[in-house]
Write a protein that binds this ligand. Structure first.
Ligand code: GGG
Length: 354
């Protein structure tokens, strides 16, 4: 029996509640198909700052580096949002973890389950069948560019938007390869009419397109993409974009799937893979038992498939989600106010059902 080490990072707020269920789903597959999962928990984010003063303690980082996969919840706390003077912040833990583990490729599937077509505020006739796979570059761009500083006695703030050809090439390669396995259409999103880093991005993607002649490549400005995503979501299949644009566009795209609570993600590089819901810590609903665990559970489906090659098991998780939605079970974020048949349940009841 092959042992696979999973590090669980519940993090902050609802991260803890939803990760419990992701882990339980993983446990149901342990000891079967020749793989046994072992679990080790570690601190990150606000919870880690409170305990150690550091949003990504060394002990956590060492465990992550020795892991076969990571199941992560969320980071963030409202106290930092309204106090820019706080220099140590939960999100620094997340960014440092991505950088240290070399997780440059963030895959965010936007999948609309048929049962949730009315949970979205987008018209059903526009939505039906929408299925998009985002590739968000995760370790470059303005999130990591230097300098980042205050000047002129704090009156001026600087961030640096920067990309190298190598960084664009490696994420684009993954997106092109994925497009080949889907509808062979790739939309690369940038702001090349204004930004130099976007002109480099476009240049690299155009160069690479020559090696993927079977993939139809379309270049789109971020503003157009933001508009088209809700006007005509089915016109997208694989979307390739940078860190900042990908962060914003995928939150917008969550409305296609009905809720942020439905979106899973995989962050990949050359070492361990990290799997997490795209949502944050949502302190407004934390501790109330109402958070949607499906994004964490669907992240486990991605882990089973990508990190462990357990495709049938991954498909079973997705089927279980589909079946539970068919039976009418909904956490409140995906409930349809017009449907009397929805059975509104909390985090634990939804997790048990799956
Ligand atoms: N589970 C995702 C999460 O905790 N997001 C909070 C956050 O700060 N996200 C910023 C980012 O994804 O770059």
């Amino acid at each position: 029996m092959k042992e696979q080490k999973i590090v669980v990072l519940p993090g902050d707020g609802i991260g803890k509640e939803v990760t419990t269920w992701g882990k339980k789903v993983l446990e149901t597959f342990s000891g079967k198909n020749g793989i046994r999962f072992t679990f080790d928990e570690a601190l990150i984010g606000h919870t880690a700052i409170e305990a150690t003063g550091n949003p990504l303690p060394d002990e956590t980082l060492q465990k992550l580096k020795a892991s076969d996969a990571v199941l992560f919840g969320a980071v963030g706390h409202p106290k930092y949002d309204n106090d820019p003077s706080l220099k140590v912040r939960p999100e620094q833990g997340l960014l440092k973890m991505r950088k240290e583990l070399g997780l440059y490729a963030n895959l965010r599937p936007i999948r609309l389950f048929d049962e949730l077509i009315h949970a979205s505020s987008i018209k059903p006739e526009i939505l039906k069948g929408a299925d998009i796979l985002f590739f968000r570059e995760l370790t470059g761009d303005v999130y990591f560019g230097e300098p980042r500083e205050r000047r002129d006695n704090g009156n001026v703030a600087v961030d640096t938007m920067i990309y190298s050809k190598m960084e664009v090439r490696r994420i684009a390669k993954r997106a092109f390869e994925a497009a080949r396995t889907r509808s062979k259409k790739l939309t690369s999103v940038d702001k090349a009419n204004v930004l130099e880093s976007s002109r480099l991005w476009r240049e690299v993607v155009q160069e690479m397109a020559k090696d993927y002649a079977d993939v139809e490549v379309e270049h789109m400005f971020i503003d157009t993409a933001a508009m088209k995503l809700i006007k005509d979501p089915r016109s997208f299949d694989v979307v390739l974009t940078g860190n900042l644009f990908g962060d914003i566009l995928t939150d917008e795209a969550s409305q296609i799937a009905g809720s942020m609570g439905m979106l899973a993600s995989a962050s990949l590089g050359d070492q361990t893979g990290l799997y997490e819901p795209i949502h944050g810590s949502a302190y407004d609903i934390s501790g109330k038992g109402v958070a949607n665990p499906l994004a964490s559970i669907l992240s486990v489906a991605l882990m089973l498939d990508i990190s462990f090659g357990l495709k049938a098991e991954s498909a079973k998780v997705i089927q279980a989600v589909e079946q539970t939605l068919k039976e009418g079970f909904r956490t409140r974020d995906i409930a349809d106010a017009t449907t009397a048949t929805d059975k509104i349940v909390g985090t634990d009841a939804m997790g048990e059902k799956i």
